[in-house]
Ligand binder design. Structure first.
Ligand code: ADP
Length: 204
């Protein structure tokens, strides 16, 4: 199974990505986590990545593509991937499409987790109060939401035009969001979805 999760900060990409990976056997690849790991390396590139992340700005495309390409290639050769947080702008979407052509695979769905901005802000502030990440401060949260609206939002029509957009209501409890995604993927006959739903049902 090869999926993208398209979602503003706070919509639950990370939570859903982990769950969908466990359910489908595909690998969860969180772009933010891959970049945070690179940012911890202590070299010049690491410091550059950390600076972008701490401001809530997108890390430059070439750095992101270089970091993620080998991870995606490896996952694609195994059970597929759930890509969370990549692509995040049109040039990255084009790079992802080029990679797919080069490797001879297609994406089965781009899942868009939709929630009102006020809900997203409340969730991110809640996470900040519980310790959260260093980029969970009110100013950086506002900036991340703005970057999303301007830069990542346009990927919603991009994938709709390609016929693979699946819009899901993310303003409901995590279990309900997961159930909605699984049902939608089964209904679309995404490879592996029906089998995974059946296995999980049999286990109950
Ligand atoms: P959130 O979606 O809550 O902002 P992420 O962990 O997905 O959390 O992203 C955190 C930060 O990592 C972003 O603000 C950005 O700096 C960087 N980042 C993640 N994915 C990308 C990407 N595809 N392109 C550029 N920067 C990215």
């Amino acid at each position: 199974m090869r999926l993208l999760l398209l979602a503003p900060p706070g919509a639950g990409k990370g939570t859903q990505g982990t769950r969908l990976a466990a359910w489908s056997g595909a690998e969860h690849i969180a772009a933010g986590d891959v970049l945070r790991a690179e940012a911890a390396a202590g070299n010049d590139l690491a410091r550059e990545i950390a600076a972008y992340q701490s401001r809530g700005d997108l890390v430059p495309d070439q750095i992101v593509v270089d970091a993620l390409t080998p991870v995606i290639i490896e996952a694609a050769a195994r059970g597929g991937f759930i890509l969370d947080g990549f692509p995040r702008n049109l040039p990255q979407a084009v790079a992802a499409a080029d990679l797919a052509v080069r490797l001879g695979f297609t994406l089965h769905a781009a899942i868009y987790l939709q929630a009102p901005e006020a809900v997203l802000t409340q969730r991110l502030l809640g996470r900040a109060r519980q310790g959260g990440r260093s980029d969970d401060t009110i100013d950086v949260i506002r900036h991340r939401l703005q970057v999303y609206a301007e830069t990542t939002g346009p990927l919603v029509p991009y994938y709709a035009e390609r016929g693979i957009l699946v819009t899901v209501n993310a303003n409901q409890p995590p279990d309900a969001v997961t159930a909605e995604i699984k049902n939608r993927l089964s209904a679309l006959s995404v490879p592996g979805a029906e089998e995974a739903n059946k296995v999980n049902k049999d286990r109950r």
